[in-house]
Design a protein around this ligand. Sequence first.
Ligand code: ADP
Ligand code: ZN
Length: 663
Amino acid sequence: MSRYVEVITNLPVNSTFQYKVPDGLAFSAGIGKRVNIPFRTGNRIGYIVKIEDQPVIADPRPLLDVIDEAPIFTSDMIELAKWVSDNYFCGWGEALEAMIPSVLKRGKVSSSPRIKEEEEEVVPTSPHVPNEEQREVLKRVNKCIDEARHEVFLLHGITGSGKTEIYLRAMENVISKGKTGIILVPEISLTPQTVERFRSRFGDTVAVFHSRMLESARFAEWKRIKDGEAKVVVGPRSAVFSPFDRLGLIVVDEEHEPSYKQEDPPRYHAREVAIQRAKMALAPVILGSATPSMESYYRAVSGQYHLVELTQRIDEKKLPKVKIVDMRMELDTRSGRKVISQVMEEVLKKDISKKQQALIFLNRRGFSTFVICRKCGYVLKCFKCDSPLVFHQERKELVCHYCSRTVQPVQICPECNGDHMMYRGTGTQKVEEELRKIIPGAVIARMDSDTMAKRGSHEKVLKKFKDHEIDVIVGTQMIAKGLDFPKVTLGGVVSADANLNLPDFRSGERTFNLITQVAGRAGRGDLGGEVIVQTFTPENYAVNMAVKHDFHGFYLKEIESRRQLMFPPFTSILKMTIRGRKEEKVIATAGSLAGVISKKMPGYEIIGPVPSPMLKLRGFYRWNVLIRSKDRAGMVKDLRKAIKGFRKGSGVFVAVDVDPMTM
Ligand code: ADP
Ligand code: ZN
C-alpha cells in the first residue's frame, strides 16, 4: 500500500516534494496522476512521480485529494520531463505541465464532453510508387521500424524531392504495426495544404494541433490520442509531447526551423526532445530539410546520425535560376534608394502580362522601418524598448514592434528641434505601394502579421492566390514556406541583407535558408521560373552559395567558422539574461552572478556580463552572462549547484536559456 508520494509541481525547481497518503486515498494514489497538495500557505496541483514506503522528511503533510482515476502521464513522459529539466534548466514540473492541455493544468477532470472542430471532407488519396532514391531511404527507415530500433536519419532533400511522401510511407508502416507516430512541422507550414495531405492518407486517425486552436479543440484532440483513436499527430513543437504509448516514429520536418525552440519556460528544443523521446521509445527519427541546421548536418557527417539524401525533384524540374542584383548600383536619382530594382521590375511586368504569378518577400513589416532627423541623425525609438519605431501607413502611426506601443508621427526632432524627420527603411507596406505603381493592373495582396491577424485570413488569401484572383503576394516569412503554386514564376527577395547584419552567429545560416526557401517557391509548374535576390553584399558567402544551390559548399565554410569561434555544434551555449527596471541594479547583479559562476565553475568558459543586443525591452534593461561547454547537461547541473543560495537584487530577474536561438 502506498504511504508516501513524491510530487512535482509547476515551479522552476527540479526537485520533488514529499507528501503522506491519507488512508482514504491509499488505493487511488498512483504515478502519473494529478493531486491537490497543500503548499506553503495554500493549495496547488501536483503530479505524482514516485511512491515510497518511508518518509524522507520529518512528518510530511498529507495529500488533499487525487484528481484522476487513470494516470494522465506514463513513467516515460515523467522521465522525459526530467530530461528536459536537466538539459534546459527549467523545473521538472514546468516541463511536465507543458505536455498537457491547459484545462488539465487547472485541475479539471480529463473526461469532459468532446468537441470537434468542423472539418472539410477530405478525399482519400493513394500513395505514390516510390522512386529509386525514396525506396533506398524507406528501406533503411522501415528496417528500424520493423526492428524497433532507435536511429536518427537526417533526410536532406530540396523542396519537391519527395520527403513528405517518405514520411507518409514510413508512417503507414508504423500504423500497420499497431504503433503510432508524431510529425512535427513548423507552425508556419501548418497550412491547409499540409494538413490535407496527411488527412487524405490517414483519414480520421490523424490528430492536428496548431497554436491558434481553441482550448476545447486542443483538449479534444489530446483525448483522441489518449483514448487510442488517433494514431498520428501533425503539429508544432509541443506536439512532441503527444500522449502516445507504443510510439513507432517521430518526424521533424524543416528541422532547421528556429521555431522548434520554445522562447518561454520550459525553453526546450523540440528536435532534441524528439530524439530523446524516440530513444526511450526505441523508435527512429527522421529529420527532414532542404537546408539542414549546422548542428544536425555536422552530426550526420560525423556519423552520429545517418545522412540520407534525395538529390532531385520528383518531376525532374531543375531548380530555378537565381539572379543577384547588386543594390549599390540601384540608386534612384530622385528619392534616394530604390526598393524594387530595374531587373525585378522588368521581370514582374513581363510575368504579369503573361498571366503568371509572383511572391515577393521581405522580412520586415510596416512602411518605413525607421525615422531619422536630417539635421542631427537622431532616430526615433520606443522609450521602453531601445528599438526604432516603425511607421505604419494604414494606421498612420509609429509602432514599436517589440511592445506594440503606438505614437503619433512627428515632423519635429525631439532631440534638436530640427524640422525635417526622414522616413526611411523599407517594410512590406512600402513594397506593396511600390508594386502598385510598377504593375498598376495587377491584384496585389500583402501577407504579414498586420494583415493576417484574423483567424482564417491566411487560408482565404491562399485560396484566392490558388484560384488566381491574386497576382502577387508580398509578405514576410509566412510566405517563404510550403506554398506550392504552379503559376508562380517569380520569387523575389527584396533584401537579402536584413538577416545578415544581426549580432547573431546564425545570421549566415538564416540568410542561406531564406534564399533557398524562396527559390523553392518559384518555378514549381511547367512554366519554369526565376528568383531575384536583391542585396548590398553580393560577395557574402551565404548569399553566394544559396544562389548556386550549394548547401554543401555553404556548410563547409560555415562549419569552419563555427569551429574556430567555438560556436554550436562545437559547444552548447547557456545564456543568462538579467533584467530589471533599474540599470545599476541589473549591472550589479549580472556582475556578482558572473563572479560567483567564475569562482564555482572552474573549467567553464564564461562570457560577460555584456549588454544584451536588445539592451532595453518593455521597460526592462537587459544584460547577459554566457557559459559555453561541450557538455550541455553537465553545464546545467553545475550551474544549479553554483548558484544555490545566490541572492539577486530585488526587482531583478534572471532567465536561463540553453541553446538560445537569439543572442
Ligand atoms: P518535399 O516534401 O520534399 O517537398 P513531396 O513529398 O511533397 O516533396 O513531393 C513533391 C510532389 O511530388 C508532391 O506533389 C508529391 O505528391 C509528389 N510525389 C512524391 N513522391 C512521388 C513519387 N514517388 N511518384 C510520383 N509523385 C511523387
Ligand atoms: Zn517598445
